[in-house]
Structure formats: C-alpha cells, structure tokens
Design a protein around this ligand. Structure first.
Ligand code: ADP
Length: 362
C-alpha cells in the first residue's frame, strides 16, 4: 500500500469495527483460498483523501437472489450449519457504520467463487500535527517502523473466540518474528498450555465456554503457571477496569480496537524485548514527510556540524553524520538526504537554521 498517507482523521473505532466485521465474515465463509484487505487511494488533494476499502475472499459466495437484501438485519443465507455461529447483524451494522462515515457499503459475489465487500470514504489528511502532538505520540510513530525485536524467539498465545480477531493479531505479530499459537477460549488455553508454555498470553475477556477472567483465576492459582505473563484485551472500558482489579492480576490491560503503540509498549515491557526499527528511511512515503512538519530534530551540536559541512560542500562527512543519525531521527535524515542528493547547500543551511530555531522551542 505504497501511496497511503500515514495518518488521516476519522472515526477509528467505527472503521475498525466495519473492517473486522467484514474480515470475520470473509474468514468464516472461506474454507480454502484467500482473504484480502485492499486499501487504495482513489483521489487526493492537499486537504483530504478518497480511499477505497475492499475485503475480498475466495470463499463460498452469495447467491444473486440474496444479494439485494443482504444488508438487512437478521438476514442469513446459505447453508444452515454456518448460520449457527452468527447473528445476521454484522452486515446490517457495518452498512449503517459506513453510512455514518459518509460512505456506501457495496457487495459483489458469485456462488462458489467468492465475495467482495467494498466502500469508499473521503477522510481529511492529518497534516496539521503539531510538534507537541508528535512528541506525545512518538511511540505511535515509531511503531510504524518496527520490523522485529532483539533476543531469543518469543512465543505468544492469542486467545479469542472470534477467528478474525486472532487473525488480525497473528498477521501483525508473525512478520515481527514471534511464534504465534492460538486458542478459542479459556478452557482451550488451559488444555493447550501444558504442552506449549508461551512467554506471553494475549486474551480476550468475554468468551463462551470459559471467559478470560475465569481462565486467569485458574492460572494464578496454579503454582506451575501463576507466573505466566497475561495481557487482556477488552471490548469496553468497564471490562478493562475489571481486568485491572488486583484479584485477576493481569500484567497489562488493553482495549479494543487495539492501538498499535499500546500493544507494542505492553509487549516490550512484559517480554523485556528491544524493538528493531527500520532504518531504511526510504520506506517513509512522501506523504509522511508532509505530515511530519513537527519532526524530531537532532541535538544542536549535530546540527551545527551538518551546517558547517553543507556550507563547505563536504558531503562525505555530511552523509556519514546522517548515517549516525538515521535510527534516532529517520525523518530528519530523510529530508536532509533528499536535499543533499541534489546538492542544495543553500536550502540545507536554511533548513538547518529552521531546525535550530525549532530545537530551541522543544
Ligand atoms: P452473521 O452474523 O450471520 O455472519 P452477517 O450480517 O455478518 O451475519 O452476514 C449475513 C449473512 O451474509 C451471513 O449469514 C452469510 O450468509 C452472508 N455472508 C456475509 N459475508 C459473507 C461472505 N464473505 N461470504 C459468503 N457469505 C457471506
């Protein structure tokens, strides 16, 4: 998704809910094949972006005759066995939520071939992030660049009765080098745990068969398992504060929809790991650059040296210094490299002056 802006303004909870509903269905109705989430820029100007969101599966498909009222509440079609799991409300809710965000949820499907649910939204670009906002959200911005962690391979058990929710976490954490295992509920976890001994459990709280709370009580009372690190994920602030009560002894409590920076913080603290960041600053898109008008700036001494070398035209030393600064100040370095590639010494000096000024306000 190369052209996507890094941040837009919109109702994160609604959008997450819509996409999770659609992804859950796609996974539920696809026994074999694939499920894809596509996000594409349709149109963009200085203020806003028009984005297409599409969830495509190669599953069982929906009959043409059922498509016209598929977004109506309690509508369930197809085989009986698959209806048991659902309520027939997911699509009706998603349809309403898309409408509330100014879009229109649509569907195309062929029996035996798969389905595509899609909508487009026009969202304002978050190009007005101020320095303070940026600094307060450093973790959020840096989580964007996490590509792995240092140290031995960590095993995480994800517990959730909804396949799609597990899938989201699994596909987020597997590429970072975690060994992921899954369980459907508390009971399933207790049965599996003897054989797998994870370093950390991430668990939903409300689940059929055995809830996260009940599972936790059992774990904490077992002298062989009481030390296990467990992070809860709850669907509401009430459940989160319930999970934070001492009797359950969760090691951290997160809320749905999961905020990446909070999840990465919890993993870092509980597993005692150090994240590896992508220092290839070319991965940061042009649009990100616009957004970072409040970018993180190196110390004055470093700025002074860069100024001097740019003025002298000594780009060997200049570039070497940038190499040293890349990990800590990726966006600053990106901006500098863009300018130094075309030897714009005057602009570089001007930009550094501006940075010195900003620095004195930071
Ligand atoms: P449910 O809780 O039953 O999944 P939804 O409102 O989410 O309710 O979906 C309504 C019905 O639409 C489902 O029961 C299913 O028959 C059909 N459906 C939804 N998404 C898909 C899909 N991706 N592939 C095939 N059928 C689907």
């Amino acid at each position: 998704m190369p052209n996507l802006p890094f941040r837009v303004i919109g109702d994160e909870k609604k959008l997450t809910q819509i996409l999770l509903n659609l992804l859950n269905n796609a996974v539920k109705f696809t026994d074999e094949g694939e499920v894809t989430l596509q996000v594409q820029v349709l149109k963009q100007n200085a203020q806003s972006i028009k984005c297409l969101f599409a969830v495509i599966d190669s599953g069982i498909g929906i009959a043409e005759s059922d498509l016209s009222d598929i977004f109506e509440a309690f509508k369930q079609v197809g085989e009986k066995s698959r209806k048991i799991e659902g309520t027939g409300l997911g699509l009706a809710i998603s349809y309403k939520l898309v409408q509330l965000m100014g879009g229109n949820l649509q569907v195309k499907s062929h029996i035996g071939q798969g389905s595509m649910f899609w909508f487009d939204l026009t969202l304002p670009l978050a190009d007005d992030i101020q320095l303070n906002d940026f600094n307060n959200n450093k973790q959020l911005f840096s989580s964007h660049q996490i590509i792995g962690y240092q140290g031995k391979r960590q095993h995480i058990l994800i517990v959730d009765d909804i396949t799609g929710n597990r899938l989201v976490l699994t596909s987020l954490l597997t590429p970072l080098g975690f060994e992921i295992m899954e369980a459907n509920d508390g009971r399933d976890t207790l049965e599996k745990i003897a054989g797998i001994r994870p370093d950390l459990i991430i668990t939903d709280l409300i689940m059929p068969v055995m809830s996260g709370f009940e599972m936790m009580r059992t774990l904490r009372q077992d002298k062989n398992l009481h030390h296990l690190k467990v992070v809860s994920i709850s669907a509401s602030p009430d459940l989160k504060s319930e999970a934070s009560r001492n009797e359950y002894k969760f090691d951290a409590a997160l809320e749905k929809p999961i905020q990446l920076n909070k999840l990465f913080n919890a993993l870092e603290n509980q597993l005692n790991i150090k994240w590896i960041y992508d220092n290839n600053t070319n991965n940061i898109s042009e649009n990100d650059n616009e957004i970072f008008n409040g970018l993180l700036i190196p110390e004055s001494e470093a700025l002074a040296l860069l100024y001097e070398w740019a003025q002298d035209g000594d780009f060997v030393k200049f570039n070497k210094k940038l190499d040293d600064l890349t990990i800590q100040y990726p966006l600053f370095v990106k901006k500098m490299r863009q300018m130094s590639q075309t030897y714009q010494d005057k602009e570089i000096c001007q930009f550094i002056n501006y940075c010195q000024q900003e620095k004195s306000w930071q």
